[in-house]
Design a protein. Structure first.
Length: 259
């Protein structure tokens, strides 16, 4: 745990984002290319649905599995980038080794992310089953608190991402204890740090309007690549943010790292 102020975490997150991209350009642009290609391929599998063309169940299933495989690949390369950024900020490590500690951090990163995803699926399916016959107002009163609790848990456990990057196991109790009383600080640092990217998205939506949204739905090459670039920058920024939050609040988690 380091004595860092709110403003220091935000400022150093921006600086570390730039430094990580400059010091690891090959990794950054490699991940950007993979995200772009997977996004374009995934959009191509969705084109028949967008165009309203007929599709038999076998083809639809094949396309669904293809999109799932592309999503997993995208998640894997995103996790690799996030781990390397965490280790760059916290340890000063470069691109080598690309898979530190024999790939264990990446495996745990994916496992934790899948766990969070399953949690969201459970909430969604549970809400659909339980609230099927309820009025819309009642649905909002029940689902909104459930989503807020879910987001609260994610924030409280978010310190696990940099900890896992340093070789820690998925020590949920340690992450929960280290984030106790810091929910609003963690949320605030992330929100303020992400404001520049949010401004970019807002400007694009305001300027592009319906044209931007339509091009996105139709899998426009330029829009897809631009979104992939912004998403890759966001990955680096989010990893930098979590690294500095980890330096500020990690205590119990420090006992489990292996580097």
């Amino acid at each position: 745990m380091e004595q860092l102020t709110f403003g220091t975490c935000v400022k150093k997150s921006w600086i570390s984002t730039w430094q990580a991209i400059v010091h690891m350009p090959g990794l950054f642009f490699g991940v950007f290319v993979v995200i772009s290609c997977t996004a374009l391929l995934s959009a191509s599998f969705q084109q028949p649905l967008v165009a309203g063309a007929d599709m038999d169940s076998s083809t639809a299933t094949t396309h669904a599995f293809a999109r799932l495989a592309l999503s997993i690949l995208q998640l894997a390369v995103s996790g690799c980038l996030a781990i390397k950024v965490n280790r760059f900020v916290l340890l000063g490590e470069g691109t080598q080794p690309l898979m530190p500690l024999g790939g264990k951090p990446l495996g745990r990163y994916l496992l934790f992310t899948f766990g969070l995803g399953i949690g969201m699926i459970i909430i969604t399916v549970g809400a659909a089953l339980v609230l099927h016959a309820m009025r819309s107002a009642a649905i909002a009163l029940i689902t909104l608190p459930a989503i807020l609790v879910y987001l609260f848990v994610i924030v409280r456990l978010s310190l696990l991402y940099p900890a896992v990057s340093l070789g820690s196991r998925l020590t949920l109790p340690a992450a929960w204890k280290d984030s106790r009383g810091h929910f609003w600080n963690i949320t605030g640092v992330g929100f303020v740090a992400y404001l520049p990217l949010l401004a970019v998205w807002t400007t694009a939506l305001v300027v592009g309007g319906k044209t931007f949204l339509l091009a996105t739905m139709q899998g426009s090459l330029v829009i897809t690549i631009a979104m992939a670039f912004v998403n890759t920058v966001f990955l680096v920024l989010s990893a930098s943010v979590m690294s500095w939050i980890y330096r500020r609040f990690a205590n119990r988690l420090l006992e489990h790292v292996a580097y």
